[in-house]
Unconditional design. Structure first.
Length: 310
């Protein structure tokens, strides 16, 4: 597994991260037992993945704690999150962090994020909660502070564009996929300039794993004027990506597209299925998409900022 440096944090991270939320929640949403979820996380660790992302709301922190027990903690980069909105108090944040640490079985978190922040809540959280995050960092309970956007509803990255005006965020979790590439214009130039570490979420969601959902999303984007139907193959709009010398599947193309986007560091991938995990790991070992394919993708979806890929 290739590694890189997570921006100004200086942390050495695998380019693929194990996401323990999303539709799968490490298999907990798809009927897997806790033991099976622990095993798939351990399989990821054994493959060289050292970034594990979870949250207090995912219900997987204890599973992550079991999976990392006995591992070299200094070799791991644990990311977890506090759901926060206007009205969240500093006491709420410390209590949540302490509970997360207990569930994870560790005495510090490498990256602690404010989770799914809505644009309207950001000014309050910046003024009232960032000082608490900095205090927790000074106490050694948190190494770096981060923020994640609510990409399902904030597909234009309004919150992150506001947050980028404040030089306090070490890490940002950004929604990016080959359908909505708008972060390339609206977020990544500034994160590169500021040295902010970027974790990518939504690289693969329903529209990139279920053909019927992709057809619905494409139709919606055409109706909204964000896609030009003359530039699409109506029967298989992304089929040009899968060919000899190109991607082996649409999912493979989706991960490789994000993996090689300048300014991204870790692409999160979540599954509770060992076979899916192996396939995803294989994608991260492959080269960039052919230049012609990537240029065609960038051209077709150049105006899109209205979908998350869900």
């Amino acid at each position: 597994m290739d590694t890189t440096i997570l921006g100004r944090t200086g942390l050495r991270v695998s380019v693929m991260g194990m996401g323990c939320g999303g539709p799968s929640r490490a298999g907990q949403s798809t009927g897997r037992s806790e033991a099976e979820s622990v095993a798939v996380i351990q399989k990821a660790l054994d493959a060289g993945i050292n970034v594990i992302d979870t949250s207090e709301v995912y219900g997987t922190e204890e599973i992550v704690g079991q999976a990392i027990r006995g591992r070299d903690r200094t070799a791991l980069v644990l990311s977890t999150k506090k759901s926060a909105r206007a009205g969240t108090t500093r006491q709420d944040v410390e209590q949540s962090l302490q509970a997360s640490l207990k569930r994870l079985g560790t005495d510090y978190v490498d990256v602690y994020h404010l989770h799914g922040v809505a644009p309207g809540d950001y000014p309050y959280l910046y003024a009232e909660i960032v000082p608490e995050l900095q205090r927790l960092r000074d106490r050694g309970l948190v190494r770096y502070i981060g923020i994640t956007e609510r990409f399902a509803s904030d597909t234009e990255h309004a919150m992150l564009q506001r947050a980028l005006r404040d030089n306090v965020w070490d890490v940002m979790m950004v929604g990016l996929n080959l359908l909505n590439q708008s972060a390339r214009r609206k977020v990544l130039p500034a994160t590169i300039e500021q040295g902010i570490g970027v974790l990518v979420m939504f690289a693969v969601r329903r529209a990139l794993s279920r053909p019927e959902r992709l057809a619905e999303v494409i139709a919606e984007l055409v109706q909204q004027g964000q896609l030009d139907p003359a530039e699409l193959d109506g029967d298989d709009p992304l089929g040009f990506l899968v060919h000899n010398g190109g991607a082996v599947s649409l999912t493979d193309a989706a991960y490789r597209f994000c993996r090689y986007e300048p300014g991204t560091h870790v692409i999160l991938s979540g599954t509770g299925n060992p076979a899916h995990l192996e396939a995803n790991i294989a994608s991260f070992g492959r080269p960039p998409l052919p230049g012609e394919d990537r240029r065609r993708l960038e051209h077709i979806f150049r105006r899109v900022d209205a979908v998350s890929g869900e």
